[in-house]
Write a protein that binds this ligand. Structure first.
Ligand code: AMP
Ligand code: ZN
Length: 115
C-alpha cells in the first residue's frame, strides 16, 4: 500500500533493525521502545488492523506465521518467560500506524500501564 511506513519496511524500501523474518512476517525493533525489549511483529501483506485480518481468508496462513514469529522473537531476545503481546486496534484504542502490528515487550518486569 502506497505511503504505508510498515509496507515500506517490509519491502526493505526503508531501513529497520530486523530481528526475525519468515515468509509472511517481518519483526523489527520499535523506534521508541517502552521496555528493554520492544519488537514489532508485522505481516508483510497490508492489513489496517487485526479486525481486517480476521475478516480475510489470508488469516489462515498469516496467523500461524505470526504465532511462530512471537516465539522466535521471544527466544532471540531471551525473554521467553516474561513478555506481553499488545495489538492496538483503531485510533481510539491507541493505534497510530495503520498497518497491523503486534508489539512484543519484555526483557524486564512489566507494569500493567505499558502501551
Ligand atoms: P501503535 O501506536 O500501536 O500503532 O504503535 C506504532 C508503533 O510503531 C510505535 O510504538 C512506534 O514507536 C513504532 N514506529 C513508528 N514508526 C516506526 C519505524 N519507522 N520503525 C520502527 N518503529 C516505528
Ligand atoms: Zn502497510
Amino acid at each position: 500500500m502506497a505511503d504505508c511506513i510498515f509496507c515500506k519496511i517490509a519491502n526493505k524500501e526503508i531501513d529497520s533493525s530486523v530481528v526475525y523474518e519468515n515468509e509472511h512476517v517481518i519483526a523489527f525493533q520499535d523506534a521508541n521502545p517502552v521496555a528493554k525489549v520492544h519488537v514489532l511483529i508485522v505481516p508483510k501483506v497490508h492489513f489496517a488492523n487485526i479486525y481486517d485480518l480476521g475478516k480475510s481468508e489470508q488469516k489462515d496462513e498469516i496467523m500461524p506465521a505470526i504465532s511462530e514469529a512471537i516465539s522466535k522473537v521471544a527466544e532471540i531476545c531471551e525473554t521467553e518467560d516474561c513478555f506481553r503481546i499488545i495489538v492496538n486496534n483503531g485510533e481510539k484504542a491507541g493505534q497510530t500506524v495503520f498497518h497491523l502490528h503486534f508489539h512484543l515487550i519484555g526483557g524486564q518486569e512489566l507494569p500493567l500501564s505499558l502501551l
